[in-house]
Design a protein around this ligand. Structure first.
Ligand code: SF4
Length: 378
């Protein structure tokens, strides 16, 4: 059975203005105990995973994995290699925040067998980077990619954002141009989401920050979707574009109903159709591991209807779409037997299309993804 492994490092140098992820600044004193706890959690799963067979991908994300001392990252990677059987071709990604890495860092990661770096750039405009609370400059992004290449990495992904405060179309075009100049192999492009409880939301409500208009943001989305393919980046998921052969195997697993196991605070697992989430804060997580308890908690009990809807909207995120055969194998009935009316309605609105094997979003459906996803929640 093929599955993914996710490891969460919940520390950041400084919290970004828009971020509501489970990540914290100012908790450096917990890093060492946290590393020990993750190693213990991984070791505890060794007998179970030995039976499950080799993992096809490992993803160390955050937070900022590269903010913890490299010796601690090394302990975690060693624990993975010693306790989890890995496919010889396994993709091994580490997220790296420019401003927390050096050439030595990159070289160490490469030597440890990391095969892919995911660099959180967001934009190459220094004033916008500062406004959204990023800790790095455009030059730091360029240095990070240059060092990654010098260390030996050939698979380098970059995250960019659109709809940022003060961002213009020209800024976005320039940022994509800069990413192309750096010859990255994969790009994830996300629209800014203004989340409740974030400093960004408070500043917008106080009138201190303004965002591009809806029309400007939509034009930026259109630019991304229309202009990355001519550069050789095929869209394979709503927000993800890759050169041929550089699609993220780990993320494709999330969108195609593959099981995954998560380690660390707030990490999610999906195994045997059951979803669990680890205790959210590093303090709670460390304490539970130190007591010898499992940090995993079951997520909301799921009904077959919810499982079917989740299956559909995760697969719909990909350009391939819902695999009819897989759906039938998993649920014992055809997609149409459950969703015929939804499919017909969405086709009428030109959001959905289908062929013998797959049901997928149209380009318009990709743009209005949430409308289509909601329709599957019967
Ligand atoms: S670096 Fe990432 S995880 Fe950390 S605060 Fe910024 S957006 Fe959140």
């Amino acid at each position: 059975m093929s599955y993914g492994v996710y490891i969460h490092i919940p520390f950041c140098k400084k919290k970004c203005q828009y971020c509501d992820f489970p990540s914290w600044e100012g908790k450096e004193d917990l890093m060492s105990a946290y590393t020990q706890a993750i190693v213990k959690e991984i070791e505890a799963q060794e007998p179970f995973l030995a039976k499950a067979g080799p993992a096809s991908s490992v993803f160390i994300g955050g937070g900022t994995p590269t903010v913890i001392p490299i010796t601690q990252l090394e302990r975690i990677i060693d624990a993975v290699r010693e306790n989890i059987p890995l496919d010889p071709e396994a993709e091994f990604t580490v997220e790296a925040n420019p401003g927390t890495v050096t050439l030595e860092h990159m070289t160490a990661l490469y030597t440890m067998g990391v095969t892919r770096l995911s660099i959180g750039a967001q934009t190459f405009e220094n004033d916008i980077l500062e406004r959204i609370g990023r800790i790095h400059t455009a030059q730091d992004i360029k240095d990070a990619v240059r060092w990654a290449r010098a260390a030996g990495f050939t698979n380098v992904s970059m995250d960019l954002m659109y709809g940022l405060p003060g961002q213009t179309m020209k800024n976005l075009v320039d940022s994509i141009g800069s990413a192309m100049d750096l010859a990255v192999t994969h790009i994830s492009v996300y629209g800014l989401q203004v989340e409740d409880g974030t400093p960004l939301k408070a500043k917008i409500e106080a009138g201190e920050i303004t965002l591009p208009t809806d029309e400007e943001t939509e034009a930026m989305y259109d630019y991304v979707v229309n202009n990355l393919p001519p550069y050789g980046f095929a869209r394979y998921e709503i927000s993800n574009f890759a050169r041929d052969g550089f699609e993220s195997r780990h993320n494709l697993g999330y969108w195609s109903d593959k099981p995954y196991i998560g380690f660390g605070a707030a990490a999610h697992s999906y195994w045997g159709g059951r979803r669990t989430e680890n205790l959210r804060t590093p303090e709670e997580y460390i304490a539970s591991i130190e007591r010898g308890e499992s940090p995993a908690r079951p997520e909301e009990p799921s009904t077959p209807e919810i499982q079917m809807a989740e299956f559909c909207f995760l697969e719909l995120r990909t350009v391939r779409g819902i695999d009819r055969e897989q759906f039938e194998k998993r649920f014992g009935c055809t997609v149409e037997s459950v969703y015929q009316k939804v499919i017909d309605d969405l086709k009428l609105k030109e959001l959905l299309t289908s062929d013998e094997k797959y049901i997928r979003l149209t380009p318009k459906g990709m743009k209005l993804g949430n409308v289509a996803f909601r329709a599957f929640l019967l």
